[in-house]
Design a protein around this ligand. Sequence first.
Ligand SMILES: Cc1ncc(COP(=O)(O)O)c(C=O)c1O
Length: 409
Amino acid sequence: MPGPGYAFLGAEEQANVEQVLQSWDLTRYAYDVPDKTSFVRGLELAAQEIFGAPYCIAVNSGTSALLTGLAALGVGPGDEVIVPGYTFIASIGSIVHSGATPVLAEVDASLTLDPRDVEERITPRTRAIMAVHMLGAPCDMDALRAIADRHELALLEDTAQACGAGYRGDRLGTIGRLGAFSLNPFKVITSGEGGLLLTGDSHLYQRAYAFQDQGWSVLRADRDNTGGDILFGLNLRMSELTAAVGSAQLAKLDTVLDSVRATKQRLVGLIPELPGLQRRILHDPAGECGTLLVYQLPTATAAAELAATLGTRTLVESGRHYYGNMPQLAGLSDGSSIPFHGRARTDVPDYRVGSLPLTDDILARSVAVSVGVSDSYLGAGFGVTVRSTATEIESAAEQFTRAAEKVLG
Ligand SMILES: Cc1ncc(COP(=O)(O)O)c(C=O)c1O
């Protein structure tokens, strides 16, 4: 069971898919008729309602949502986008594919973008800040928004790992100018593949819509596309089968979150406070998804020992989520990891391991226990799921506590 939404796949998703199969309307567009009634449109409208966002566009992945957001903002060659050195590679890849330069910044003890470091990395070329809500928890959005406002930068939220989470009363993805979500199997809710992009800005909405649908205007209502900006777009559209599953999952979002949060609370209550064992700080404890429970130890050696005992790995070893595990970064300066000729950058920042010492340190000392997301690649290979019984949760808590006590002496 990769993400918690997976455990809730059932009759509702099946009924929606059946409806699509009965009609064979596999795409949102009935050719000459503007889209008003498709599952994709229904998903967009439901997301607007649930998240409290004026506009939503459904696309075929979280990566597409990020790329579309950057295109809507007009981010491109010559621009810099500040992004944390701890995020899934898709955040950085989308910036590279927009033509801009990713500038990596440190994460704080919450494992999300450190506002103080962000401010130090701003240059005259900075256009946007990508705030990634890692492992289900919100960034310090007040501080990031203040920095973005002060420097007139766009704030783009990568909410892929934190669908439904909040920050001081607002749903994540609605605080910045745009919010991107993923519906892949490891996320809070899933449609197999898929993504959502939220915004409160009607001009950005029009540009984003055009980008993900070959330059068409919103809902293809204006077939001449004379409504404003005329963009070359791509085809990043979501299919009806995907939206059929996604709509049923979105309707269950709060049920899924309640279940994950209750499971986390139970687990946390069973693990005693031990000297040297620190739970990661949260910028809004009530708002986080609760998909992962992260502990930080005093040393990297202790964390590695704890992870090994539990059969998992520390976060610094987690797949392509740590900048030091992204070999593509090394090739940015000579163009070898960019699939276009002549796009080598001349003054790229230093991406080598060691360039983000605070991030290196905190990730090497962090061990994640899975609560709703089980993903060894993410460093969440040990823990429980939303389907775990009380006995299984007790057993995981005991195993973790025994291993931590041994490591911490
Ligand atoms: C932080 C983050 N951003 C973006 C993505 C990309 O989402 P997708 O796999 O739907 O393209 C992911 C997915 O793992 C992610 O974790």
